[in-house]
Design a protein around this ligand. Structure first.
Ligand SMILES: [Zn+2]
Length: 261
């Protein structure tokens, strides 16, 4: 990591304090050889990331105008992890994010799946999309926000799938493939995601649970996370069960309800 210049120190500190005049001044000076506006501190935090913590929407919006899409994406995921809905909205509704998202999508389709990205600076693995992250936190409002903007979570292919995509990923990095599958399943099992995205949350929970049980037998990595998945699946039952639905569930399972393990 390169050493920060004095100007960069001042700029990052101002962003972390939501100091609008200084941040504006720094951005107006760009390009300045002693100030890289996309610079990060020793913990890898950009000005935008620090501004998320300051909760100053004005600072966030100023930075959104100028910073790289990578910085914006990272700050967005950080804001989701903090459950900061106001900032998340400010980012996703900003023209820079919308334009960058379109470009990213084009790049993704034309060349590389985020799975293959190696982004050591990021605290989030590249397969963790904003919607997956919101689902990991079971954040109802944010899940709804991303669903309404057309985001989706793809169901992982079966573990033994031999399609070109799965074979390439398996050969490239089997552990990474396992992790990204686990990330997707953890998100799919979010009670809020299920309630908002499925027309039949009870049936979806049941199917998902069966799928995850099979997975735990073949994929060692999976067993670690399976406990919390089982817990989340139970949660959705507690939230949604009615007498009529219990009867429906009994048609599909011989086991007593809520007793999975
Ligand atoms: Zn496949």
């Amino acid at each position: 990591m390169t050493q920060l210049t004095d100007e960069e120190h001042v700029y990052l500190t101002a962003a972390s304090q939501g100091d609008v005049p200084i941040v504006r001044q720094s951005l107006e000076d760009d390009p300045d050889p002693s100030l890289n506006i996309n610079c990060v501190d020793y913990m890898g935090r950009s000005a935008l990331h620090l501004a998320v913590d300051s909760e100053s929407i004005e600072t966030v919006e100023l930075l959104l105008e100028k910073l790289s899409f990578d910085c914006i994406e990272e700050a967005l995921r950080y804001a989701i992890s903090k459950g900061n809905t106001k900032v998340v909205r400010a980012i996703v509704e900003h023209p820079s994010y919308i334009a960058g998202g379109v470009d990213q999508e084009r790049a993704r389709r034309s060349q590389r799946d985020p799975f293959f990205r190696t982004d050591e600076k990021s605290q989030f693995s590249p397969d963790i999309t904003p919607l997956i992250l919101a689902a990991h936190y079971n954040n109802h409002e944010l899940i709804q926000l991303f669903l309404s903007r057309g985001h989706t979570i793809d169901r992982p292919h079966p573990i033994s799938c031999q399609c070109a995509d799965c074979v390439t990923k398996q050969n490239y990095d089997s552990l990474k493939r396992s992790r990204s599958r686990l990330n997707a399943y953890r998100a799919l099992a979010s009670p809020a995601y299920m309630a908002l995205s499925s027309t039949d949350p009870i049936m979806t929970t049941f199917e998902l649970r069966q799928e995850m049980k099979k997975l735990a037998q073949v994929e060692k990595e999976f067993k670690v996370g399976d406990i919390s998945l089982a817990f989340q699946c139970r949660c959705v039952h507690y939230c949604t069960l009615s007498t009529g639905e219990i009867n429906v569930m009994h048609k599909h399972s011989n086991k007593p309800l809520l007793l999975y393990d």
